[in-house]
Every structure is written in C-alpha cells, then in structure tokens.
Write a protein that binds this ligand. Structure first.
Ligand code: PMP
Length: 351
C-alpha cells in the first residue's frame, strides 16, 4: 500500500450489474423505457441550435424548471433539477442529512442510498421489510437524521398508499423525508400533492423511466421553496452548471408531449399486468409490482441459473447476488414482443 492511500476515501461502490447494450439484445435489466422518446423530443433535437453549445447553459435551468412547474401546477421556486435523480438525491443527502443521528431507509431498497451515505459520512439504519417485502411504517417513527424510501420501492415494485406515506411525513416534523418516486408514474398518485402541506417533504422523480430519457440524465425534486433554496445553495457550491443545454431542451420537450407520455406509460402498465398473469401460470411468485419491473422468484428454478440461461438467449434481466434476495430476478417490462420472447423461452423450459 502506498502511503498516500491512507488518505484515499474508500467506499464500496454501487454495482449496477452488467450493462451490455448491443442492438438486438433484449434488455430487461435496468428498468429503462422500451419505447423511444416522445416525438416532441425528436423534434426539439432536430431544432437544437448547435451554435449555442459554445455558451454555458443557464445555471438555473429555467426552461426545464418552468415546463415542470406548469405541468405539475407548482411555482418554479418549488422545483430543483439535476443530472438524473441520482444527482438530485446525492445533492439532497449532502444538503439535508448533515446530522449525527442516523438516517433511515428500508432494507431492501435502492442500493445507492448506502453508497452515498458512506461516501458522505452519514450514519444510517436500515429497517427490514416484512416477510411480504412491505415497508414497515412503524419503524420510521424513531429519532433519526432524515428518511428516504422509494415509492414504489425498488426492487420489489410495491407502492405504499399515500395516506401511509403521509403518516411518515407528518410523524417526522423535525426531519426531511425524501420520497424517491422514480417509478410512481406506473403506480398511484404522487406525494407531490402533499408538498404544500409539509415543509419537510422532498419528492424526487426522474425522466429515465416513464419519460424514456435515461440517456439524457434528468431528474428533479419538488418541495417547498425553502428546501429548494437550500438544495440550490449546495448545488451552486459544487458546480452551478450541472445540466447541459441539450438535456434542458429535450427535457422541456418531453414534459410538453403529454399525450405520448400517457400512451407509453399505459402500454407498459398493460404489458406488466399481462406478464404478471403469465408468470403466475409458469410457477413464479412476486410482490404485486406497481412499477415497470417485476421482482420474481420461481418455485423450482434457481434464479442464478435462470439468469445465466436467459443470457445465452440474449435476454438480460437483473440478478441480485445479495444473500437476502438471492433467488429473485428483477425483470423490466419491455415491449410486448420482448416479453413474448421471454415468455416463450420460459414456456419451453417448463415443458
Ligand atoms: N431511484 C431509484 C429507486 C432507481 O431505481 C433509480 C434508477 N436506477 C434512480 C433513483 C436513479 O435514476 P436516474 O438517476 O436515472 O434518474
């Protein structure tokens, strides 16, 4: 070991799993949207004034903030935009979780939370899910330095009803509660409607899933102006130009193409419900996902083996090697054709 290595900040990095990206493969491993971005986005790309790329983008990201404000009927001062919701959440950890008390998030949930907490020196506790993979609400009323959970949760896909989410928020007036709604457009109502009522609530969403723009890296948070100001203070201290010009333009165009957004989300939800039925017939069980993925286990097929077999068919799903969930596969809901290819393979295997 080199002497200077004693000064290196050591973290266990987030492992996104395999990320092959070949055209033609069936990619059901990272919960992307199987449909192309909205026609409005393609038009904005064609119309992009490349001459403006020599200039710095607007640090306040006003065009995108205003488009979101209009769409969600909020004041622009209630909206913060970042480079994917990963960036927004990381910024929120740095801003709001500056406490000696541990923050709370479920075990299991999005694996990035512990990575950020370790990186930023934030203590945490992870209350376990119950036997049905549900978040145990009662675990979130102890003293804490903040709370974050995905709703729907990942990788289970389970959506917590808004009245229960509200109980966690109202029961923790001295902490910031972050509701990570990466997948909420495939589920029930968003906690965004509670923002006016609670000054300790921050709702985070992404353009990577329901808006089919994972490649542009756009996420945003909605909260009362006081929270958004604190977030901006931290953002401007790191790098005021977080968002690039094409992302701002294409993001704003995506928000404005509501008809396409509704149509594609509707298709994904319909496919999900069909695939749930077929997987059940094939002997799989899974928590009732309200998301764009299904977290499934099979009564007699070990998940790791099945994962490898599917890979040979050029079908990629996500296998988690963690001991608590090592017999599950997380399967992203793709197009009907992609899901039919998966189901055809499974049916053949079952015969
Ligand atoms: N939160 C959850 C629960 C997620 O699953 C993801 C996607 N991996 C993210 C946040 C981050 O998404 P993005 O950075 O693409 O907005």
């Amino acid at each position: 070991m080199k002497a200077w290595e004693a000064n290196v900040r050591k973290v266990v990095p987030y492992t996104p799993g395999e990320q092959p990206n070949r055209p033609g493969m069936i990619k059901l491993n990272t919960n992307e949207n199987p449909y192309p971005p909205a026609p409005g986005v393609l038009k904005a790309l064609e119309e992009l004034d490349t001459g403006r790329l020599r200039l710095y983008p607007d640090p306040a990201v006003s065009e995108l903030v205003n488009a979101l404000a209009e769409y969600y009927h909020k004041d622009p001062s209630c909206i913060f935009v970042g480079v994917g919701s990963d960036d927004v959440i990381a910024m929120a950890f740095q801003t709001f979780f500056n406490s000696e008390k541990p923050i709370l998030f479920p075990d299991i949930s999005y694996s990035f939370y512990s990575v950020w907490a370790d990186l930023f020196g934030i203590k945490y506790e992870r209350p376990a899910l119950d036997a049905d993979f549900r978040i145990v609400k009662a675990d979130y009323f102890k003293e804490n330095g903040g709370i974050i959970f995905p709703n729907p949760n990942a990788p289970t896909g389970i959506y917590m009803e808004l009245d229960q989410v509200e109980e966690i928020i109202s029961g923790n007036p001295d902490s910031i509660v972050i509701v990570d709604e990466a997948y909420v457009d495939f589920a029930g109502p968003s906690a965004m409607e509670l923002v006016d009522k609670y000054d300790n609530l921050l709702v985070v969403q992404t353009f990577s899933k329901s808006r089919s723009l994972a490649g542009m890296r756009i996420g945003f948070a909605v909260g009362q102006p006081r929270l958004i100001k604190y977030l901006n203070d931290v953002k401007y201290s790191f790098n005021s130009y977080t968002m690039n010009l094409p992302s701002i333009k294409l993001g704003a165009a995506a928000v404005k193409d509501e008809a396409y957004f509704r149509e594609t989300v509707g298709k994904i939800v319909a496919t999900r419900e069909r695939v749930k039925k077929e997987l059940t017939d094939l002997g799989f069980t899974f928590p009732d996902s309200q998301s764009n993925f299904i977290f499934a286990t099979h009564k007699s097929w070990p998940a790791k083996e099945l994962f490898e077999e599917l890979k040979k068919e050029d079908i990629y799903v996500r296998y988690f090697a963690s001991p608590r969930i090592d017999n599950y596969l997380r399967i992203t809901v793709g197009t009907d054709e992609e899901m039919d290819a998966l189901l055809a393979f499974l049916r053949k295997k079952g015969n």
